[in-house]
Design a protein around this ligand. Structure first.
Ligand code: ADP
Length: 256
């Protein structure tokens, strides 16, 4: 087991006998939280700094003369634009994560009909999927009970999962499935894409974790951390199964 951390208060006793009272307070959890927060700030700063460094570098190159070569200048401006988009994406995801964590267990508690939510998420990716030759299928059982929660966050959950599914699938199939289960709804998002290496699987819900392929694919490494918070904030559970080269399935239970 992990060693625990105690803060000790010593109070000398007055009187002829003397002696000391020692008060032990277990601060292991607090320390762990502090450490997680420090790590998070360090990671976030690093992720934000990378595009900034690149933007600064290309601006300097332009100023040092590249601006006089139209072809080069256009290319550099393109990179600056991409890096700016990346910063925007990072800041957006960081804000989403922070808001969701702060509101943990205090999400909206209204009945949400999944078909509408799923449709909206699917519409968002229809054209990108088509461009990649990926079929998007929706299989919702009849008479699904409404999920109790926050419609916007549930839409976000599907958007993040579909974003990954489309990103990591070439010419395959993505299926969203939902069926009633005891006390809630069982939802699956399956793809026939690249899959996830077994050694990465336990880490994919960590903030900023990104697989090898993801480095060239864009993304912030925050998408699945956000999904996990949304599912757990709704009192649900999420699991992932994946086979490299075969595909990935995310399964969620959401209370109805
Ligand atoms: P990212 O912004 O990189 O997509 P996520 O938190 O959404 O960040 O995902 C973390 C990592 O998990 C990704 O970088 C990728 O390696 C892996 N991953 C997530 N979803 C899939 C998927 N459907 N297929 C293959 N790999 C995935």
């Amino acid at each position: 087991p992990e060693p625990r951390i105690f803060r000790v208060h010593l109070t000398p006793l007055r009187g002829p006998q003397g002696g000391v009272v020692a008060l032990f307070r277990d601060i292991t959890e607090r320390r762990q939280l502090e450490q997680m927060r420090t790590e998070f700030v360090a990671n976030a700063s690093h992720e934000l700094r990378t595009p900034l460094t690149s933007i600064r570098g290309f601006i300097e190159a332009l100023r040092d003369g590249a601006i006089n070569e139209p072809e080069t200048a256009r290319r550099f401006l393109g990179i600056i634009e991409e890096e700016t988009d990346r910063l925007t994406e990072l800041v957006d995801d960081l804000l989403k994560l922070a808001t969701i964590e702060e509101r943990r267990n205090m999400f909206g508690r209204l009945p949400v009909e999944l078909p509408g939510v799923v449709q909206r998420a699917v519409d968002t990716f229809a054209s990108r999927a088509r461009q990649k030759g990926v079929a998007l299928r929706v299989e919702l059982a009849d008479g699904l009970p409404p999920v109790i929660g926050d419609q916007k966050l549930l839409t976000q959950m599907f958007i993040n999962l579909l974003d990954n599914a489309v990103k990591f699938t070439e010419k395959g199939e993505i299926t969203i499935r939902a069926a009633a289960a005891e006390g809630g709804v069982e939802v699956e998002v399956l793809d026939t894409g690249a899959g996830i290496a077994p050694e990465h699987l336990p880490r994919i819900f960590e903030r900023f974790f990104r697989g090898d392929k993801a480095r060239t694919q864009g993304g912030t490494g925050l998408g699945l951390a956000i999904v996990k918070h949304i599912v757990e904030g709704h009192g649900g559970r999420i699991r992932v199964m994946s086979k490299p080269g075969k595909g990935t399935t995310f399964s969620m239970f959401l209370p109805a």
